[in-house]
Ligand binder design. Structure first.
Ligand SMILES: Cc1ncc(COP(=O)(O)O)c(C=O)c1O
Length: 400
């Protein structure tokens, strides 16, 4: 099998859902495309009722209906399994769909979830009020405080949910310690690895049971899709696949095709962005207009040692800082034409966000204060431009 065949064909782990391999093109007398084509079809033709039955039962490889599985999702899932060194990965329509998939496939009415209070806002809404409607209770705690996590666990706790790197104060979850806490009480640890990507941290290797990524962010890295993925080593992963289809959380072929192109350059992009992020953090640290810089790659960060221990490379592409001049100064920087104000992260180019007026606007004043977010807080998602160009634009914005 040639290298390009290996790229196209799925691994033997999932014999019932392989992507077309070179031999299938050769059998048609065609040359083999070097990239997997985009399969824009909602349904596949079946040769017989027996074949349809066999494929739907998982006894024969092939595709029937896009929501169940399709070649482009399988190809991206394969890349995710490799990146996370996981046995299984399922692709979803967004990061939120990946979180929904995790809870809908793993939890039952009456269960309890320990939720880190630093999670992405909508994740807290989903794990809080939405799960409550389904009879699943939760406790909100700071997962940097391991004792608080342990204290919050009950006999019904089945899941602890944390982010590898939280937003916007970039606190790091001690994944090994949290996994031990979870396993001691027959619970699972689910890690949202979006801010790190599998190039910076591999939670499953550290003991997590499930890892999710909002692929919409740096993992795809081109700011043009919505996609998510959930990976793990569970024995009955068929259940996860079936919940993905039943609840309509599945991905579209185009998004998967673009994500495959995105992750092909992930290693190059992340090393460049992490390097520039450190340069930017050091630059901001010296700037008179900046009161405080938050970056896990700086020794001044609360979790510097943990980041050094836990991360494979770099400390992520996000840098947060507080302006000396408060909200008015932050507003000036964010509105500068030299920077792109986008309330997201992980694009090719550097973007800036203002958490208080975007991602954290729904929190109470007390919650905002607890997290250290105020009007002076600015979050940078560092891109892959030349670092000199990023610094030049920052300088223009800060001089306002
Ligand atoms: C850390 C984190 N997790 C999950 C999500 C949700 O991902 P998506 O927007 O792809 O649904 C986001 C979105 O901003 C996020 O920042």
């Amino acid at each position: 099998m040639s290298d390009s065949d290996k790229c196209r064909s799925n691994s033997n782990e999932v014999p019932d859902s392989s992507v077309p391999a070179g031999d299938e093109y050769r059998a048609l007398g065609q040359t083999v495309p070097n990239n997997l084509p985009l399969f824009l079809t909602s349904v596949w033709q079946c040769e017989s009722t027996e074949q349809a039955d066999a494929i739907l039962a998982g006894a024969e490889s092939g595709f029937v209906y896009q929501r169940d599985s399709h070649p482009n999702a399988n190809q991206f899932a394969k890349a995710c399994r490799t990146l996370h060194k996981a046995k299984h990965a399922t692709v979803t329509s967004s990061g939120m769909a990946a979180l929904s998939l995790a809870v809908l496939s793993q939890l039952e009415q009456g269960d309890h979830v320990v939720v880190c209070n630093r999670l992405y806002g909508l994740s807290i809404v989903l794990l809080g009020s939405e799960l409550q409607r389904l009879g699943i209770q939760h406790s909100l705690v700071d997962s940097c405080d391991l004792q608080a996590v342990e204290d919050a666990m009950t006999d019904n706790t089945r899941l602890i949910v944390v982010e590898t790197i939280s937003n916007p104060m970039l606190r790091i979850a001690d994944i090994k310690a949290l996994a031990e806490l979870a396993h001691a009480r027959d619970a699972q640890l689910l890690v949202d690895n979006t801010f790190a990507t599998p190039m910076v941290c591999q939670p499953i290797e550290l003991g997590a049971d499930l890892v999710l990524e909002s692929v919409s962010k740096f993992m795809n890295g081109h700011g043009d899709i919505m996609l998510g993925m959930l990976a793990g080593n569970h024995d009955n992963w068929e259940r996860v696949e079936s919940v993905n289809s039943t609840w309509g959380l599945a991905s579209s072929p185009l998004e998967c095709w673009l994500a495959c192109r995105g992750v092909a350059t992930l290693a190059l992009r992340i090393s460049r962005a992490c390097e520039s992020a450190l340069t930017v953090a050091e630059y901001l640290n010296e700037h008179v207009a900046v009161e405080r810089v938050v970056y896990p790659g700086l020794e001044s960060h609360d979790d510097f040692q943990l980041a050094q221990r836990q991360f494979i490379q770099g400390s992520g592409h996000v840098v947060t800082f507080q302006m000396t001049g408060g909200r008015a100064a932050a507003d000036q920087v964010v509105a500068s034409p030299a920077l792109a104000f986008c309330p997201s992260l992980g694009d090719v180019t550097t973007t800036v966000s203002h958490p208080l007026s975007t991602s954290h606007r729904g929190l109470s004043l007390e919650q905002q204060q607890q997290l250290g977010v105020n009007g002076a807080t600015i979050r940078l998602s560092v891109g892959i431009e030349e670092s000199d160009s990023i610094l030049e634009r920052l300088q223009i914005a800060l001089e306002r």
